[in-house]
Design a protein around this ligand. Structure first.
Ligand code: GLC
Length: 471
């Protein structure tokens, strides 16, 4: 299986490379930059949604599952992108959004029975949207209330309806026929809703991820997370054959196992949200590693950028950790040059506050950073301090560290065992190697063995450093 220990690079299409000067990244732009992915040495790219969309959620509100948003290009551009990626030895994954469509998707008017409606004149229960506020809104045209687990512009599909199942299976086949190699499946924990629409009960215990204030007091028992979700995955699997299916499951690692009966990978979110502390990381790794096919991930387009999450002093050690754990790993565009959260824009484009994670890629110094010749849809952050051109070929750069790690990981060997290290040091055996990561601000002792890679100069294991030795 090609994906078993693959590194997948997440491209946020609007922010990767603009080719026509409109300030928005596009597919021809991504084609132009495929050499960056080949240079890095990743195995695959995942494109966040490229479908036509009214942009309430920047592509995650899909208005046509089988086309390309004209601002991003055409189906022919996508075909060319997939072809060229393949020629470079890269697999191509799309983002599939099975839980909801845009309310501007023609289905919403032509096939209202494909959505979830309230049986009463108003919200039938206490379910809340992931972005805050009630999960039910009134459709002005029909006067009925529909469910939206995210923005009101994103109506939830009813997976009990066989037409929905068939339609999404057709979507999967449509893209596989065009040559894509798999899908990242969006928000799949939302698919299985309670048929009786019962109230979500109060939350008991703590939830390992950030949740918005309205959501946090409730346990998502009936608004999602039900058995229908897995049935839906089985239906998608039937259409997908052995194409890669990666699930975005915003749930604790203890729940991964049954999803992995159908899916190939699920994101290790407890790992992503762990504070940069050895003990906490270790616990998150332990529970994800038990699932065996949790994909390691430290950032994406929804949460803190890696450099902002772990701090600039830890970005090199974080790269070592992410790329030496056993199994597949995902890298969000720009993390390889240390991009930090940006300022966003005022007024915000994304109402949920995620603009600051989506600023354009910084290819070179200069005001537009090589991203566009026009006005970028979100401003550049700090191209003078950080850009691909300056880091390329500089042996001390973060970019070159990613490259070396990507090359090295192929030879690390099988076998994985967490070790008991000094306080504040996360260490593990990988094949015939030991990896040690110092999460503290003080020096620690380096493990014995032949040095293979170190993030920092100096003896031992300096503050915030990581190293790999051959045992
Ligand atoms: C996923 C996406 C996020 C989107 C949401 C609704 O969590 O990663 O960007 O807003 O689903 O589709």
């Amino acid at each position: 299986m090609w994906w078993w220990d693959a590194v997948v690079y997440q491209v946020y299409p609007r922010s990767f490379q603009d080719s026509d000067g409109d300030g928005v990244g596009d597919l021809p732009g991504i084609r132009r930059r495929l050499d960056h992915l080949a240079y890095l040495g990743v195995d695959a790219l995942w494109l966040s949604p490229i479908y036509p969309s009214p942009l309430a959620d920047f592509g995650y509100d899909v208005s046509d599952y089988t086309d390309v948003d004209p601002r991003l290009g055409t189906l022919a551009d996508l075909d060319a992108l997939v072809r060229e990626a393949h020629a470079l030895g890269l697999k191509a994954l799309l983002d599939l959004v099975p839980s909801h469509t845009s309310t501007q998707h023609p289905w919403f008017r032509e096939h209202p029975e494909r959505y979830v409606w309230s049986p009463v004149d108003g919200p039938p229960n206490n379910w809340v949207s992931a972005f805050g506020g009630p999960a039910w809104s009134r459709d002005e045209q029909s006067g009925r209330w529909y469910l939206h687990s995210f923005y009101p512009e994103q109506a939830d599909l009813d997976w009990r309806n066989p037409d929905v199942v068939r339609a999404l299976q057709d979507v999967v086949r449509f893209w596989l026929d065009r040559g894509v190699d798999g899908f990242r499946l969006d928000a799949i924990d939302r698919l299985g809703k309670d048929e009786q629409l019962r109230d979500d009960p109060p939350a008991t215990g703590s939830f390992p991820f950030p949740r918005r204030p309205e959501e946090a007091p409730l346990e998502m028992r009936y608004s999602g997370n039900g058995p229908l979700g897995l049935d839906a995955m089985r239906a998608l699997r039937e259409a997908a054959g052995d194409a890669l299916l990666v699930g975005e499951l915003y749930r604790p690692a203890a729940e991964y196992a049954h999803w992995l009966e159908v899916l190939d990978l699920v994101f290790a979110f407890e790992f992503m949200f762990s504070p940069w502390e050895a003990d906490r990381l270790r616990a998150a790794i332990e529970s994800a590693a038990r699932a065996e096919r949790a994909a390691w991930v430290l950032s994406n387009h929804d949460f803190e950028r890696l450099a902002s999450h772990v701090g600039a002093e830890n970005v090199r050690a974080a790269a070592v950790l992410l790329l030496t754990l056993p199994g597949a790993a995902f890298v969000y565009q720009g993390d390889e040059i240390g991009l930090v959260n940006g300022p966003g824009v005022d007024p915000p484009l994304d109402r949920a506050g995620r603009d600051r994670l989506r600023h354009p890629m910084q290819w070179e110094a200069g005001p537009e950073a090589g991203f566009t010749t026009g006005t970028p849809w979100l401003p550049l952050v700090d191209p003078e301090q950080r850009n691909v051109e300056a880091q390329r070929g500089d042996p001390g750069s973060l970019l070159e560290l990613y490259r070396r790690l990507l090359e090295l990981r192929r030879g690390l060997g099988a076998g994985f065992r967490l070790l008991d290290g000094e306080p504040g040091v996360l260490s593990f055996e990988r094949g015939g190697h030991t990896v040690a990561i110092n999460t503290t601000r003080e020096p620690r002792t380096a493990p014995g063995g032949e040095l293979v890679l170190a993030t920092h100069d100096g003896e031992g294991l300096p503050a915030n450093a990581a190293l790999i030795v051959r045992n």
